[in-house]
Design a protein around this ligand. Structure first.
Ligand code: HEC
Length: 284
C-alpha cells in the first residue's frame, strides 16, 4: 500500500475523533461543506462539483478505464433489473394499496431527521415501515437484492435533483456530528479512517484500485457492482458498501440500518450538498 499522505483539512476537521459528541451549529456545518468540497475541487482541478456523482470514474487517475466504462454504460447491465424493480414496486399489497401509497420523502433529501423520534429516516427504513403499516412482511435483507432494487427505482425518479438534506434541527446536527466523528476516526487492525482513504488518498491506488473521492459518495447508490455480480448479488445499498469498507481495514462492520451507518450516511449526504443524483450506477 502506498504511503499515506497525511494532510490536515482544517482545524475543525482535524480535531474530530476525540471522544464525546460536542454540539455543532448550522453555520459550522455549512463551513464543513465548503471546506470539504473546496478540498476536492482543488485536488482535482479539472472536475466540477457535478462530476463527482460518477465516483471513481470521474477521477483523472481512472481515465485509462473510463472509455470502457462509458462503453458499458451504453447498455447498462442493470437495465433489465430496473424493469424488474418497477414491477416489484407496483405489486399490489393485500389491502389493495401499493408502494405508490407510501409516504416517502420526495426529492434528494434522505436521510431525513425526524424530530418526533430524534432519529434519522432512511429510504430503506421508510420502505420497510410502509410495508409493515400495510400488513406486509418487511424485507429482511436491507443491503441487497429486492430492497436495493426498490430503492434504485424510487430514487431514480429524482435523478438530476441536487442533494439537499436538512440539518437545521439541533437533533440533526448532533447526528451529523456523530457521522462526522465516525468518518474521521481511525479503526480496524490497519488503523485507517474513511478519510485516510477517501480524502487524503483520493486518486491514489490501493491494492489495484483507484480510491474515489469522498465527495459524491452515495449519490449513485444503490449501485450495480461487477464484483458483487460474480457472487450472484450485484446490487448493494450504501450500507452494504460501508460494511465492505470497514472490513477492508479489518474492522467489524456495523449493522446495516443501525445508528452508526445512518449517521455516516447523513454526514456523507450533507457533504454532497448540491451534487445531482444519479441512480443507479455501475461500479467495478
Ligand atoms: C483502505 C482504504 C479504504 C478505507 C479506509 C475505506 N474505504 Fe471506502 N473504498 C475503498 C475502495 C478501494 C473502494 C472502491 C473504489 C472506490 O470507489 O473508491 C471504496 C469505495 C467506497 C464507496 C463507493 C463509492 C462509489 O461511488 O462507488 C463508498 C461510499 C465508500 N468507499 C465509503 C467509505 C467509508 C464511509 C469509509 C469509512 C467507514 C471507507 N469507505 C473506508 C477503500 C477504502
Amino acid at each position: 500500500m502506498k504511503k499515506l499522505v497525511s494532510l490536515t483539512l482544517a482545524a475543525g476537521l482535524a480535531l474530530v475523533g476525540v471522544s464525546g459528541v460536542q454540539a455543532i451549529s448550522e453555520s459550522e456545518i455549512q463551513q464543513d461543506i465548503e471546506t470539504f468540497q473546496g478540498y476536492f475541487l482543488k485536488r482535482f482541478p479539472g472536475l466540477t462539483i457535478e462530476d463527482f456523482q460518477d465516483g471513481v470514474n470521474a477521477l483523472p487517475q481512472y481515465a485509462h478505464r473510463r472509455a470502457n466504462w462509458e462503453l458499458a454504460m451504453e447498455f447498462p447491465p442493470y437495465e433489465p433489473e430496473m424493469e424488474k424493480a418497477a414491477e416489484e414496486w407496483n405489486v399490489p399489497f393485500k389491502n389493495g394499496k401499493s408502494m405508490n401509497d407510501c409516504n416517502l420523502a420526495a426529492g434528494n433529501t434522505y436521510p431525513v431527521f425526524d424530530a418526533s423520534t430524534g432519529d434519522l429516516r432512511t429510504i430503506v427504513g421508510d420502505i420497510n415501515a410502509c410495508l409493515k403499516a400495510n400488513g406486509e412482511d418487511p424485507i429482511k435483507n436491507v443491503k441487497r437484492a429486492k430492497m436495493a432494487r426498490l430503492v434504485a427505482h424510487y430514487r431514480s425518479q429524482f435523478n438530476g435533483e441536487r442533494v439537499a438534506v436538512d440539518f437545521s434541527d439541533p437533533g440533526a446536527q448532533a447526528l451529523y456530528e456523530k457521522g462526522r466523528q465516525f468518518y474521521w476516526a481511525k479503526r480496524g487492525q490497519l488503523n485507517f479512517s474513511c478519510a485516510d482513504c477517501h480524502v487524503h488518498n483520493a486518486g491514489n491506488m490501493v491494492r489495484g484500485d483507484v480510491l474515489s473521492a469522498g465527495l459524491g459518495h452515495g449519490v449513485g447508490f444503490p449501485v450495480w457492482r461487477t464484483k458483487w455480480q460474480v457472487a450472484g448479488k450485484p446490487w448493494g445499498t450504501i450500507h452494504r458498501r460501508y460494511g465492505g469498507c470497514n472490513k477492508q481495514v479489518r474492522a467489524h462492520p456495523f449493522k446495516a440500518q443501525g445508528g452508526e451507518y445512518k449517521a455516516l450516511e447523513f454526514y456523507e449526504a450533507v457533504m454532497n450538498t448540491g451534487i445531482p443524483l444519479k441512480v443507479p450506477s455501475q461500479r467495478q
